[in-house]
Design a protein around this ligand. Structure first.
Ligand code: ADP
Ligand code: MG
Length: 578
């Protein structure tokens, strides 16, 4: 085909796809516009996970009637005028693209009235074309209703998840902005039900109570001196709240980061927060924290990614250090650290020992591995494992075993995951999962985003041995768990599994394709012995026997190796016997 410039309507839809991936992107862009408009009250209403309707109503500055149509044009913005403005962006929006993009792929009604204007003006836009213009009585502010998203883009519509899943994403967006702007009153209504509300009191603590509940919010301590004055040039202010070390979760989703009140995703800064908890949390667990970074906008580039979720710092190291230091300092000053836990705090037993166990475990494992340069570690030869004799355990993490061809070092957690995974997969396929009833049903109170994951996978959970029943809202009753989870704390295990699934990349592909494997892997991750757990000789033997019987014994379900093999020749070479 010859090269042609795309017709404008096609180009618009493609560009829209970058910014408007799903209903939550619409909610995000509209909420950002409301915040930029100086609103103190923002109401979000959705129907059917936003597929049918997303409406955002604010009491902000409004759009003058003679500018309303212009607001819909591509690259039309009131927030930037010159290229140099791009170097220090203080507003959430700046590209003038969101409204065009949303209008191109939906049926949109936009009504606005600046305070100084006696009546409002309303536009109806269908697939990017204005179909109606009228004057209309309206409260001061702006209301945007987006109906039938992607009705004219079947390729996009196919990727929409179940309404409950999309609703979970929208909930998350609203909650994030409520945390970034405690002074704005947010309200989210889903299918006629109030799903979230913040007071607009200006206190982040109040928002945390609304988001996480009182019990969790009480376990968080303030970071830094609070979000006071604008930082002077070159200064980085870090504020927010950090969870006590007794509050921990299965993934990093509970680390929320804002830069100049923009919600961002940044692996390095999440890591900075996690680092601040070094040795304070059990292995494999992650903290809960809401971290607000205020700094000179000229030191941050927000114009990196279409969705503005990623930023680039002029001096990333300084920001990293500032975050880590502030969080660490607040923990050391205020948190009840292991060993001095207040009575009744929900802590795991032996917290104090954990840090030590972890440190020793790592040091020993490191010594064991340092003996062999990485290039010389060989994957185990045959697919199946030979019969092994257990020698012992090192670092409470690895099992040392001997086989016909030398020494085998087995990662106890990875190996156990593999064994359980193959067992549970087989049992599920045959419909014969060993399930264990709880003495008393346990009520799971989930976040809407978690409930959405659970709802979407309910059949899978049942097939894998859970007995779960919806109990209204985001609450579920847990009556039974797969027998392999019997030793875990059952409701925490379900929450952790759901969090793992939420994090998984396949959340973006249709659920049928993700299949059951992922769920089973997540269950086994929870059920497997952990690093740092002392195993008896019979326990180690049983584990190694199980691994010998696996069809793919050499990797865990997530692809990490379970076994490292040191051949007899290799050992001889190391000791200069050859
Ligand atoms: P951007 O936010 O990047 O400027 P948008 O397409 O989201 O681009 O919006 C275009 C313009 O429309 C904004 O610059 C702003 O002037 C105006 N606008 C959009 N939403 C609102 C609102 N809720 N209140 C007031 N003005 C708005
Ligand atoms: Mg915008």
């Amino acid at each position: 085909m010859p090269i042609r410039v795309l017709p404008a309507d096609v180009a618009d839809k493609i560009a829209a796809g970058e910014v408007i991936e799903r209903p939550a992107s619409v909610a995000k862009e509209l909420a950002e516009n409301s915040i930029d408009a100086g609103a103190s009250d923002i109401q979000v209403t959705i129907r059917e996970g936003g597929h049918r309707l997303i409406r955002v109503v604010d009491n902000g500055c409004g759009i003058p009637e003679d500018e309303l149509e212009l607001a819909l044009a591509r690259h039309a913005t009131s927030k930037l005028t010159t290229v140099s403005d791009l170097e220090a962006i203080r507003t959430l929006g700046f590209r003038g693209e969101a409204l065009t993009s949303i209008a191109a792929v939906s049926q949109m009604t936009m009504t606005s009235r600046p305070r100084s204007q006696p009546v409002g003006r309303s536009l109806r836009i269908d697939g990017g074309q204005v179909t109606r213009r009228e004057g209309r009585g309206a409260p001061a502010g702006t209301s945007v209703s987006v109906e039938n998203l992607f009705h004219n883009v079947p390729a996009r519509r196919k990727f929409l998840r179940q309404p409950s899943t999309e609703a979970g994403h929208i909930h998350r967006v609203v909650v994030q902005y409520a945390m970034a702007y405690p002074g704005i009153r947010f309200r989210l209504e889903m299918d006629g039900r109030l799903a979230f509300q913040s007071s607009g009191s200006g206190e982040l603590r109040d928002v945390l109570v609304a988001v996480y509940g009182l019990e969790m919010a009480e376990q968080m301590v303030p970071i830094g001196a609070g979000a006071g004055a604008e930082p002077a040039a070159g200064e980085i202010h870090v504020s927010g709240f950090a969870g006590q070390p007794s509050l921990h979760r299965a993934n990093r989703d509970y680390i929320t980061l804002f830069v100049n009140q923009r919600w961002i995703q940044d692996r390095s800064l999440s890591h900075a927060v996690a680092q601040a908890y070094h040795t304070l949390l059990p292995v494999g667990r992650h903290p809960v924290a809401v971290v607000q970074i205020q700094m000179d906008p000229a030191q941050v580039d927000v114009n990196v990614h279409p969705t503005k979720r990623e930023v680039r710092f002029r001096d990333g190291h300084r920001v990293f250090a500032a975050v880590q230091r502030a969080v660490r300092a607040s923990l050391l000053e205020q948190a009840s650290l292991p060993g001095a836990l207040p009575a009744g705090s929900r802590d795991w037993p032996g917290a104090a020992r954990w840090g030590a166990v972890q440190a020793i475990g790592r040091a020993e494992a490191q010594i064991a591995l340092d003996l062999y340069r990485p290039g010389e570690l060989e994957p185990v030869g045959p697919v199946r494992l030979p019969l092994l004799r257990v020698v012992g355990q090192i670092g409470q993490t690895y099992i040392v075993a001997e086989g016909p061809q030398g020494m085998y070092l087995i990662d106890q957690h990875a190996a156990h995951e593999r064994v359980l995974y193959e067992q549970l997969t087989a049992q599920t396929a045959e419909g014969k999962v060993a399930s264990q009833a709880l003495l008393e049903p346990s009520a799971l109170e989930l976040l809407p985003s978690q409930a959405a994951v659970l709802e979407e996978r309910l059949e899978g959970f049942r097939a894998a041995g859970f007995e779960l029943e919806a109990f209204g809202g985001s609450t579920y009753l847990l009556r039974a768990v797969p027998a392999i989870l019997a030793r875990a704390e059952p409701s925490q295990a379900v929450v952790d599994i759901v969090d793992d699934l939420q994090e998984s990349p396949t959340m973006r592909t249709p659920v049928e394709e993700a299949g059951e494997a992922e769920l089973i892997a997540a269950i086994c991750k929870r059920a497997a012995v952990k690093a740092g757990q002392i195993l008896s000789q019979p326990e180690m033997q049983e584990l190694v026997r199980g691994l010998e019987q696996c069809a793919s014994p050499r990797t865990c379900p997530h692809g990490r190796p379970t076994v490292v093999h040191f051949s007899a020749e290799q050992l001889e070479r190391e000791f200069l016997r050859r």
